[in-house]
Write a protein that binds this ligand. Structure first.
Ligand code: GDP
Ligand code: MG
Length: 300
C-alpha cells in the first residue's frame, strides 16, 4: 500500500474534547486539558506516524466570537488550521442537552468550511460514554439530515472507544504522499512550550473565573544542569493586575508553592527526570489586548 500523509484540523466549540482527543490519538499528553472553555490558545500540531501513514493534527482554539486581541489571535489560528488542512474534523459534544441545537448551529459552520474548497468534513460525536447506546443512532440520523458530512463517527476521547475506526477513516481520505516530519516527531513544539502549558494548566486547576485566563507563562531559562539528570527551569507567570498577582501568590506564598509543586510533578513526568522549577509572578498590564505583547509572549 502506498504511503499517505496530510493535515487534519480539529475544530469545534470550547470544551467538546479536542485536546483530549488529540492526546488520546497520540497516546501522550500534548495539549492541555481542563474542564474550562478556551484554554487552548495555540495551534498545536500533534503528529501520528505509523508504518503506512502520517497524520499531522492541528488542535485549534474553540471557534468563538473575538472579544479582545487574544481571542482574535486565537480565531486566526483556527482559521489557519482549517485553511491548511486536508480534512476538517468537527467535534461536538454528543452528551450535551442541546446536542440537537448545537448540531443545527454547525450547519452554518459546515457551509463556511465548504468555502475552503472541497475538503472532506467529518462530524465527530464525542463523549458517547455519557450517552445511552440507543440514543446514538438517532443523533447520527439527525446530524446527517442537517448537513452532508462525509463521515459521522461516534467516539469517546476519554475511554478511547471507536478511536481505531476514526484513525482508519482519516487515513482513507488522506492524500498519497511522503511524510512531512521525521517519524520520531510528535509535535512541532519544543519541551519549553509544553512546560509553559503544564504550568498554565495548573493555574486553571487552582483558580476560578478570570484569574487563569489573565495569566500567561514564559519560560525564561531552561537548562540542563551539570548533572544531566536534572533540568533547571525558571518560569514567569504574567498577570494583568496587582490583585491577580496577590491571588496567585496566596497567603505567605502558599498558593504559588502548591502550583510549583504540582507543575514540577507534571513536568518531571513529561521529561522523565528530576526538575528544579522556580516560579515568579509579574504584572504586565493589558497583555491580552496588546498584539505586540502577545507576539513577544509566543502567541505567534
Ligand atoms: P477542548 O476545549 O475542546 O480542547 O476540550 P478538552 O479536551 O479540554 O475537554 C473538555 C472537558 O471534557 C474535559 O473535562 C475532558 O475531560 C472532558 N472530555 C473530553 N472528551 C470526553 C469524552 O469522550 N467523554 C467524557 N465523559 N468527557 C470528555
Ligand atoms: Mg483544548
Amino acid at each position: 500500500m502506498s504511503y499517505r500523509a496530510g493535515y487534519v484540523a480539529l475544530v469545534g466549540e470550547p470544551n467538546v474534547g479536542k485536546s483530549t482527543l488529540l492526546n488520546a490519538l497520540l497516546g501522550q499528553k500534548l495539549s492541555i486539558v481542563t474542564p474550562k472553555p478556551q484554554t487552548t490558545r495555540h495551534k498545536i500540531a500533534g503528529i501520528l506516524t505509523k508504518e503506512n501513514f502520517q497524520i499531522v493534527f492541528l488542535d485549534t482554539p474553540g471557534l468563538i466570537e473575538p472579544k479582545y486581541a487574544l481571542q482574535e489571535v486565537m480565531m486566526a489560528f483556527a482559521n489557519d488550521a482549517i485553511r491548511d488542512a486536508d480534512i476538517v474534523v468537527l467535534l461536538v459534544d454528543a452528551s450535551s442537552h442541546g446536542a440537537a441545537d448545537s448540531l443545527k448551529s454547525w450547519r452554518g459552520v459546515g457551509r463556511k468550511l465548504e468555502q475552503g474548497g472541497d475538503k472532506p468534513i467529518f462530524l465527530l460525536l464525542n463523549k458517547i460514554d455519557l450517552v445511552k447506546k440507543h440514543e446514538i443512532l438517532p443523533i447520527i440520523q439527525s446530524a446527517s439530515e442537517i448537513y452532508p458530512f462525509k463521515e459521522i463517527i461516534p467516539v469517546s476521547a476519554l475511554t478511547g472507544e471507536n478511536l481505531d475506526d476514526l484513525e482508519k477513516t482519516i487515513v482513507k481520505y488522506l492524500p498519497e504522499g511522503k511524510a512531512f516530519y521525521p517519524e520520531d516527531y510528535v509535535s512541532d513544539r519544543d519541551e519549553r512550550f509544553f512546560v509553559s502549558e503544564l504550568v498554565r494548566e495548573e493555574m486553571f486547576k487552582a483558580f476560578k473565573e478570570e484569574v487563569p485566563y489573565s495569566t500567561t507563562v514564559e519560560i525564561e531559562e531552561f537548562r540542563e544542569s551539570d548533572d544531566v539528570r536534572k533540568t533547571y527551569i525558571r518560569a514567569v507567570i504574567y498577570v494583568e493586575k496587582e490583585s491577580q498577582k496577590g491571588i496567585i501568590i496566596g497567603k505567605n506564598g502558599a498558593a504559588l508553592k502548591q502550583i510549583g509543586q504540582n507543575s514540577r510533578k507534571q513536568i518531571e513526568e513529561m521529561i522523565g527526570h528530576e526538575v528544579f522549577l522556580e516560579l515568579f509572578v509579574k504584572v504586565r498590564g493589558g497583555w491580552r489586548n496588546n498584539k505586540k505583547t502577545l507576539s513577544q509572549l509566543g502567541y505567534r
